[in-house]
Ligand binder design. Structure first.
Ligand code: FAD
Length: 312
């Protein structure tokens, strides 16, 4: 039996699909497993005049308590295809593949280049969108091209057009060129369908050691509890966590949303926190750090839905 490429459900609670465990209900949720599934989902949204949001692993987003009154497309293409020659691999990964699991799979096969991403929550599509990175590595180091679904076409886009920068990309900045390789690719926000990364062959034993080191490092630095990872980007030459801690904000809370003791750039949902609680706390952190250090902290996390923002 073939797996359906597009499954539609209605009135779906989004909180369980996010790492913060926060967010209201999606009017429609389309779970898609391929570019064909994306096309079906977009056709459904067009027919019903619905706004569209894209959900990867939900590990870098804050969804409104009021939910999303349209179609949420959840990317679940987890295919991994390895083509290699002379110790160099081009690996095509579906946008819905989990980063951490995929990295472990590639490393156990002896492919080096992604050890930094051991334990990184979220999907490959989300990691491309935000140029996820840590411990000296980032997606921009390995991605050779990305398949973008946009306006009914799939365009193959290289790193130059993707405009990767620190925890950002042209996708996240909403500035992907409308013309790619001479092809007009429409007006709706592009969707990452898959990405190809370049890796090199390495001794699996050595890679296993690197993986264990990264896992230990991550464990030692990550607070327990539901979070989105770092809420803010690090400002140039400094660390957001250091500034928040120096401002005396460790332990600050609104409702059950609380600045973590272990790492001040994390906000933990202690259970039952709302997106309104998080927004109020984020605005308070930004205003306090601005007042004390004249530094404007820029959120790394994305807000989906409603009309509120992180500004005080
Ligand atoms: C405990 C913890 C630790 C973390 N540590 C790190 C870290 O070390 N480094 C780091 O960089 N991040 C870290 N993060 C944040 C997060 O894991 C990354 O940003 C991750 O890459 C987000 O991927 P996702 O699939 O969950 O994206 P989501 O949260 O689902 O989406 C984030 C944004 O990307 C968009 N998006 C997702 N998929 C697609 C797609 N296929 N096409 C178009 N747009 C898409 C969404 O619409 C949204 O705007 C951490 C998070 C947690 C919870």
């Amino acid at each position: 039996m073939t797996t359906p490429q597009f499954i539609l459900t209605e009135f779906v609670s989004l909180a369980p699909l996010t790492s913060w465990r926060i967010g209201g209900v999606a009017r429609y949720l389309a779970t898609v497993r391929s570019a064909h599934g994306v096309a079906e989902a977009i056709a459904f949204a067009d027919t019903h005049f619905l706004p569209v949001w894209i959900l990867g692993g939900g590990s870098n987003m804050l969804i409104s308590d009021d939910g999303l009154p349209g179609l949420v497309i959840r990317m679940r293409d987890m295919t991994v295809d390895i083509q290699h020659r002379s110790g160099v691999a081009a690996v095509r990964i579906g946008a819905g593949a989990p980063m951490a699991g995929t990295v472990r799979q590639l490393i156990s096969a002896g492919w080096a280049g992604l050890s930094w991403a051991e334990g990184l929550p979220g999907t490959v599509g989300g990691a491309v969108y935000g140029n996820a990175g840590c411990y000296g590595g980032a997606m921009a180091d390995s991605v050779t091209h990305v398949e973008l679904w946009r306006g009914g076409n799939i365009a193959s886009v290289g790193p130059h057009e993707l405009g990767f920068s620190y925890r950002s990309s042209a996708l996240k900045r909403h500035v992907v060129p409308k013309l790619i390789h001479g092809m007009h690719v429409g007006d709706i926000e592009p969707i990452v369908v898959g990405a190809t990364i370049q890796l090199t062959q390495e001794d699996p034993q050595l890679l296993a050691t690197q993986l264990a080191e990264t896992a230990a490092l991550r464990k030692s630095k990550t607070p327990q509890g539901s979070s989105c990872g770092s809420v803010f980007k690090n400002p140039p030459g400094d660390s957001a966590g250091r500034l928040i801690e120096a401002a005396g904000l460790k332990g600050a809370s609104v409702g059950t949303a609380c600045v973590a003791d272990k790492h001040a750039n994390y906000i933990i949902n202690r259970g039952g926190a709302t997106s309104a609680d998080v927004c109020t706390l984020v605005a308070h952190i930004r205003a306090t750090v601005q007042a004390q250090f004249a530094v404007t902290l820029e959120p790394e996390v994305q807000i989906l839905g409603a009309e509120w923002s992180f500004n005080a």
